[in-house]
Design a binder for this molecule. Structure first.
Ligand code: 0A1
Ligand code: ZN
Length: 882
């Protein structure tokens, strides 16, 4: 917490570090009252002139400081607000600091802290400075040797990065271990864990023949929930060898699960630390979505070993260098493990709902930001997901082979270095010979470009013309934008299927297998593409596979959407057309409701959905995705600033859903019955797909007709896995009355109260229920013995669930929803600023909500006026009010 206004840090001010730390030796004496950390930093001055050394440090008590074993007199150093300043150091020396910290009081969960009885660390981005004085910046890479001593009974397991060198009992009740990591790394990848943990063990032989010991450490209560993550880890290791040529580089790889963790997981070198919700799995407690998330996150953290650890970031402005690339890698992995189209649809759906909103809001920033106040606020969907889209576009532009060559060059050229996004792009250019000059604007310009397409057909000359233009709305600090390079993947749909494509002035390439698919390069404000030899007026299939993160504008009529939905070659376009059709129908119903006109729901939509349901040759997972109506927050975003009416959106969407449920009742029932399964639960693609469609049928049925709540109840009672049990409970909770859900919710809690992760799902479901009692229920649950403001998972489930997934109650017209959120943020500001700041997101969208803007702004102003605002909350609140 700082009193002064937090300052802004700029990319253009970057300077290389004046000192290097070749070796770092750390000794930890872990205790219940305090923990003593002794460091020995082998320093080397990197500049000619004698500059003072400014080490970062926060919330540390300095006990002793010495240079080359000589204790420093007090006048030789200076403690500053955020660190330690030392003058007149020799060019090369060993600086030693002894500091005292109190991990048990550290509620920010950054640095060294306690989760239950376990000690653990989270150092990214700047947590290491809460452990000891250090050059806590990613371009200072050092070889770490770490010794830990602790009570042997309480903390039998003592872990850090790299290889275990030695362990010994001490002559009291304590024991001692030493770890050594041969790979130089920045401090943000340091990790330490101490606790009474158990583990499962497996091994993996790398392509090069190295045997790697794999372990997953958990609290004893969680021992039965590690197998799936271990399996996912081995599959990730093999996949990275096969697809990216990346092998693991040490003899040991550890994962530890902790219950108190700010994010999903952390890629510390050879000691990944996971939020328990992202690693522990069992059919009794984990849903299918949970299994898929675990697989993706295990892979993501493992892939960081190369994209992040071996090659790291020069500074935090380059965060997307490791995150965008690694998200691209984990998405490719998940696509290869399951259905590529379904994975793409899930990712795009999230990107368009949440990242587009971020890019249109007050916190919008480029994939490579130019300034920040608090770096923790920049672990965003833009850095991660849009960053991955940028890498995906490079992949599309270069093609598979060149992309792989670029990746190989990047890793070999920069192994052991801390580099920039520019270095990544240059490696891609050098390996492919392609000029990505203009493409670089994706890194520097914020905002979602709008790609506007019109077309014309000339039956005389058999030519079809696409007129394409691009523009990008202003974002904070960037009023004008230059044109982007937008790969526009497309095809043309004719009566009998996709048509062959011949671009005017270009030779037809008869050699290529697929001449019905093209990637047009849009790189100017306006461009025209003329196709020859088009024998009929086609329906354009645009932005196939979501080939660029843009908003596409093309005036499709409903029959064209139905054609694309049922017949286009591209699975993404089929899904997107269903979304567009549903969006048109829901928007029309909104207009009818607000004008008082009779509500007429276009039967074209239910007809198209019936067709989908009747076609048993389709992948059930894809059908489930296509049946999912656009979410309420997506609809609000589509309405535009000042135009989103939450209640109207809710009513219109519900009416459309009900109409579909009624029109498709018979086929919904038939598929619901036919998709039931007696097989033992497996998180396999096939089973997950069947459950997804079956539960989507249940959702429509329960929504359309109270008589079907019995199905939901029966499923809730008889389900043999958490996916089906929760889907039954959710249908009761969303579409039933209190006497339908009160008892099942109470029973669910009784049955699962011993499983924290299930209790969190129980909290989340109750927070998201749209009934009028939601606000009071959430208030009540905040007093529940199982709720804890210090545990980020619980806060995310209950408070995040309410503000993010319950629009009608969060946006209550009396403003009480906003007040509840702001009150929680005010309390969390001093407990855990990172989580407090993340919870602000729904309030930052105040510009969209008709009739609510003043109330939402009012809460932001109330927060802005609080004394001792953390930099995290300060940054988001002030930028949102600008
Ligand atoms: N680098 C991790 C995520 C992570 C980021 C920040 C954290 O604390 C501020 C913690 C974890 C990843 O991408 O998985
Ligand atoms: Zn990551």
């Amino acid at each position: 917490m700082r009193d002064a206004t937090p300052g802004t840090i700029y990319l253009e001010d970057y300077q290389a570090p004046p000192y290097l730390i070749n070796r770092t030796e750390l000794h930890f004496e872990l205790g219940e009252e305090d923990t003593i950390v002794t460091s020995r930093l082998h320093l080397l001055r990197a500049v000619a002139e004698d500059v003072p050394l400014q080490l970062h440090g926060q919330e540390l008590e300095l006990l002793q400081v010495s240079v080359d074993n000589e204790e420093l007199a007090e006048e030789a150093y200076q403690l500053t607000d955020d660190g330690l300043l030392i003058h007149q150091l020799p060019e090369q020396c060993v600086l030693s600091c002894k500091t005292r910290i109190r991990p048990q009081d550290n509620t920010s969960l950054e640095g060294l802290y306690k989760s239950h009885r376990m000690f653990c660390t989270q150092c990214e981005a700047e947590g290491f400075r809460k452990i000891t004085y250090y050059l806590d910046r990613p371009d200072v890479m050092s070889v770490f040797t770490v010794s830990i001593e602790a009570d042997a009974k309480r903390y039998p397991v003592l872990l850090s990065n790299g290889n275990l060198l030695e362990t010994k009992p001490l002559d009291n009740t304590r024991h001692w271990v030493q770890w050594h990591d041969p790979f130089p790394k920045p401090a943000y990848l340091f990790a330490l864990v101490a606790g009474d943990l158990e583990h499962i063990e497996d091994s993996f032989r790398t392509a090069g023949g190295r045997d790697v010991t794999l372990r997953i450490y958990v609290e004893p209560k969680d021992m039965g929930k590690c197998d799936y993550a271990m399996d996912a880890l081995k599959r990730s290791m093999r996949w990275d060898e096969e697809v990216f040529g990346r092998e693991y580089d040490l003899d040991i790889f550890n994962i530890v699960a902790v219950d108190d963790f700010n994010m999903g997981a952390m890629e510390n070198k050879s000691l990944n630390i996971f939020n328990s919700s992202c690693v522990l799995a069992h059919p009794d407690i984990t849903t299918d979505a949970g299994y898929q998330r675990i697989e993706a996150i295990v892979a993501h953290e493992y892939f960081h070993n190369w994209s992040g650890n071996r090659v790291t970031c020069r500074d935090w402005f380059q965060l997307s260098l490791k995150e965008g690339f690694t998200v691209f890698r984990d998405a490719e992995f998940s696509s290869d493990m399951g259905s590529r189209t379904v994975k793409r649809v899930e990712d795009v759906s999230m990107l368009r709902t949440a990242q587009f909103a971020e890019d249109a809001g007050p916190m919008a920033h480029p994939v490579r930001p130019e300034s920040y106040i608090e770096i923790n606020n920049f672990y965003t969907l833009t850095i991660y997901e849009k960053g991955a889209e940028v890498v995906r576009m490079i992949h599309t532009l270069l093609g598979e082979e060149n992309f792989r060559a670029g990746s190989d060059l990047y890793f070999s050229r920069h192994d052991g270095q801390a580099v920039t996004c520019e270095d990544f792009v240059r490696a891609m250019e050098d390996a492919s010979g392609m000029d990505l000059g203009q493409f670089r604007r994706w890194y520097s310009q914020a905002g979602t470009p709008i790609l506007s397409v019109t077309d014309s057909y000339d039956a005389e000359s058999n030519t079809y013309t696409l007129d394409v233009s691009q523009r990008c709305p202003a974002t904070p600090g960037q009023a004008q934008k230059q044109p982007f390079v937008i790969p526009l993947a497309m095809g043309l749909l004719g009566d009998a299927g996709n048509l062959p494509l011949t671009l005017a002035g270009q030779e037809t390439d008869h050699e290529t297998e697929d001449n019905t698919h093209k990637v047009l390069i849009v790189d100017q404000e306006r461009q025209q593409f003329v196709f020859d030899d088009v024998r009929e007026r086609p329906v354009p299939s645009l932005l196939r596979g979501f080939s660029a993160p843009v908003r596409l504008e093309y005036d499709y009529d409903r029959s064209a959407l139905c054609q694309l939905m049922s017949r286009d070659d591209d699975g993404f376009v089929r899904w997107d057309s269903a979304q567009a059709l549903a969006l048109q129908v829901i928007t029309e119903v909104q207009q009818q409701l607000s004008s008082g006109a009779a509500v007429v729901i276009d039967p074209l939509l239910s007809g198209a959905f019936v067709q989908l349901l009747e076609d048993t040759s389709l992948d059930p997972a894809m059908v489930a995705e296509m049946l999912a109506l656009p979410g309420e927050s997506y609809l609000a975003e589509q309405a535009g600033e000042g135009a989103a009416d939450v209640d109207l959106i809710h009513r219109a969407r519900a009416a459309v859903k009900q109409a579909i449920g009624e029109a498709a009742e018979q086929v919904l029932l038939a598929r619901y019955q036919a998709l039931s399964s007696v097989d033992a639960y497996q998180p396999s693609g096939d089973q997950i797909a069947r459950r997804a469609l079956r539960n989507s049928c249940l959702d429509y049925l329960a929504c359309a007709n109270g008589a079907h709540l019995g199905l939901a109840h029966a499923q809730f009672l008889s389900a043999g896995n958490m996916t089906d049990r929760l889907a039954g409970l959710r249908a009761l909770a969303f579409y039933g009355a209190a006497n339908d859900w009160a008892q099942p919710l109470a029973d669910f809690y009784q049955d699962w109260r011993h499983e924290t992760l299930v209790v969190n799902q129980w909290l989340q479901l109750q927070a998201a229920m749209p009934d009028g009692g939601a606000l009071d229920r959430v208030r009540g649950l905040m007093e529940h013995p199982d709720f804890d403001l210090r545990n980020p998972n619980k806060v995310r489930a209950l408070i995040g669930g309410f503000a993010g997934q319950n629009p009608v109650n969060f946006h209550r017209t009396d403003g009480e929803g906003y007040r509840l959120l702001a009150d929680v943020i005010a309390r969390l500001n001093s407990i855990n600023p990172q989580i407090a700041s993340r919870l602000l997101a729904p309030l930052t969208k105040w510009r969209y909500y008709a009739g609510r803007q003043d109330m939402m702004r009012g809460e932001l102003q109330r927060l802005a006026a609080l004394p001792e605002l953390s930099p995290d909350v300060y940054e988001v609140v002030t930028k949102s009010l600008q």
